[in-house]
Write a protein that binds this ligand. Structure first.
Ligand SMILES: [Zn+2]
Length: 509
């Protein structure tokens, strides 16, 4: 007798359907799994047989053949344990009803029949809804994650026996609701804590509003890291679609404990000793790297010049395309990686070049070698360059309130500007913020003052900046106009945007 159970697996961060077919035939007892299983899947037969016995069912005394279809995609992990066990019970007549076709089943079995959580449940259930599945039976620890997908009834189960009982119409355990709250930006970090850095905060507000990449150059102790770490406090929350994308990424990585779905944009700060695989993804299992974990959020690279040059080179493709393709054996896996790059570096090896409070002791060739560690093409993709200076306590006003810009105030401006961009770009899926706007669409979507255009062209002639710089300046000028709630990009907006491209770094332009 043949049984069929609907399950699923993940490629990249997307789920797809896998049909688990079980055939029981006469003959010497054996257990074969076909359909490109990896080692973990092949070991499934040991776990499944023990779990069946230890939950009070009869292990099959037949020739068992399990087929995982489609056969052309490699199957990984232990998530097929539960569908295989259910299929064996069904094929051997130990279930009181057939296994419904509209139910997704996945989970790893321990030898005692207990269900263990698996990775990638969210993408599979998400796929399942689109494929017309109405119910999902998953390990209890994955239930909240699966329940993020609206319209699919989720049953979280503790063991094989409970999964069987649910299939036979028994009661489901209540699923904790982990949908995020829409309100509340409770943060310990606030820009009010960074005093006297008005210019840097202004530039970061623009970056947050338009999704522009940022480079901060300044001496040690000038507050670059403090400034960067507070950027998430002024970003717009994730929208529903983005939140699901980010939850899918965490589901695949296996980092869903507790914090199932959040509307906070991720902030990732990998250390400069990070490997290629750690940063961009790959390695064993071709897992996603930091740039994918930073998707829809911020990738902060502190001490940019300390990163190995070839590691930084690998960032060019994702910075441009918002994705990274990892090649592995005969499979290319594409992961989303649309992040906002925030980088920080010292101006020279000693850190004090151009600083007023200490003398730089580096020779010009030393400085040149130091700056050359960061590739020009990468820097050219960064729209906002800021020089951060150490703040003299004497410059702060007597109340110590600094420049008066706190995160609440900055975020208010950002949200207004983001709202204007949403109206402008509507449902264009490839343009989410001003930083995505191609020059070819600029005239059609925005209004540019004639004088502003002249200013841009004369600056380009004088400063000889690249076409990419010109595009960056236009995008940043548009964000500045958005922050001002101004319909037209005016000369003053362009002038401020040019200032963020004036080379502070010989490798740029
Ligand atoms: Zn120096």
């Amino acid at each position: 007798m043949i049984a069929k159970v609907q399950s699923g697996a993940v490629v990249g961060i997307d789920g797809y359907g896998v049909t688990v077919e079980i055939d029981l035939a006469r003959g010497l007892p054996s257990f074969t799994i076909v359909g490109l299983p990896n080692a973990a899947v092949r070991e499934s037969r040991e776990r499944v047989t023990a779990a069946i016995r230890n939950n009070g069912y009869r292990p099959p005394q037949r020739r068992v053949t399990v087929n995982l279809a489609p056969a052309d995609i490699r199957k990984e992990g232990a998530a097929f344990d539960l569908p295989i066990a259910v299929g064996v019970l069904s094929a051997s007549g130990q279930l009181s009803c057939p296994v419904p076709d509209d139910t997704l089943i996945l989970g790893e079995l321990a030898l005692d029949g207990k269900l263990e959580s698996v990775r990638g449940v969210l993408p599979v259930v998400y796929y399942g809804r689109m494929a017309g599945k109405v119910r999902a039976i998953v390990p209890e620890d994955n239930a909240a994650e699966a329940a993020l997908v609206r319209g699919v009834e989720v049953a979280g189960c503790r063991d094989l026996a409970e999964a069987v009982s649910v299939l036979e119409g028994g009661e489901r355990r209540a699923v904790p609701d982990r949908r995020p709250e829409r309100t509340g930006y409770v943060e310990e970090l606030d820009y009010a804590q960074v005093l006297g850095q008005y210019a840097a905060k202004r530039a970061l507000q623009i970056a947050a509003a338009g999704g522009h990449h940022v480079l901060m150059v300044g001496p040690p102790g000038s507050g670059k890291t403090m400034l960067a770490r507070r950027l998430p406090t002024v970003l717009s929350p994730l929208d529903e679609e983005e939140a699901i994308e980010n939850a899918k990424i965490r589901s695949v990585v296996g980092g869903m404990d507790g914090d199932v779905m959040t509307l906070r944009r991720p902030f990732r700060a990998p250390h400069h000793s990070a490997s290629d695989a750690g940063l961009v993804g790959g390695g064993r299992g071709a897992s996603p790297g930091e740039i994918t974990l930073a998707h829809n959020g911020i990738l902060f690279l502190d001490e940019l010049t300390e990163f190995r040059r070839n590691v930084l080179e690998t960032l060019r493709q994702p910075v441009e395309e918002g994705r990274i393709v990892i090649s592995r054996a005969n499979l290319n896996i594409s992961y989303p990686a649309r992040f906002q790059l925030v980088a920080a570096m010292n101006p020279c090896p000693c850190g004090y070049h151009g600083s007023s409070d200490r003398v730089c002791r580096c020779s010009p060739p030393q400085i040149k070698r130091y700056l050359a560690k960061v590739s020009g093409p990468l820097l050219d993709r960064i729209a906002i360059h800021i020089s951060v200076r150490a703040v003299d306590p004497g410059d702060l006003d007597f109340k110590g309130t600094g420049d008066g810009m706190d995160s609440d105030e900055m975020r208010k401006g950002v949200l207004e500007a983001v709202g204007r961009q949403r109206n402008r770009y509507g449902t264009m899926s490839n343009i989410r913020s001003n930083a995505d706007l191609p020059v070819s669409r600029f005239k059609a979507l925005c209004s540019l003052d004639g004088k502003a255009e002249e200013l841009l062209s004369s600056a380009q002639r004088k400063l000889l900046f690249s076409a990419r710089s010109r595009r960056n300046i236009l995008q940043v000028a548009l964000t500045i106009a958005d922050l001002e709630m101004c319909e037209t990009v005016k000369p003053r907006h362009v002038a401020e945007a040019i200032q963020y491209r004036v080379p502070r770094h010989p490798a740029v332009m």
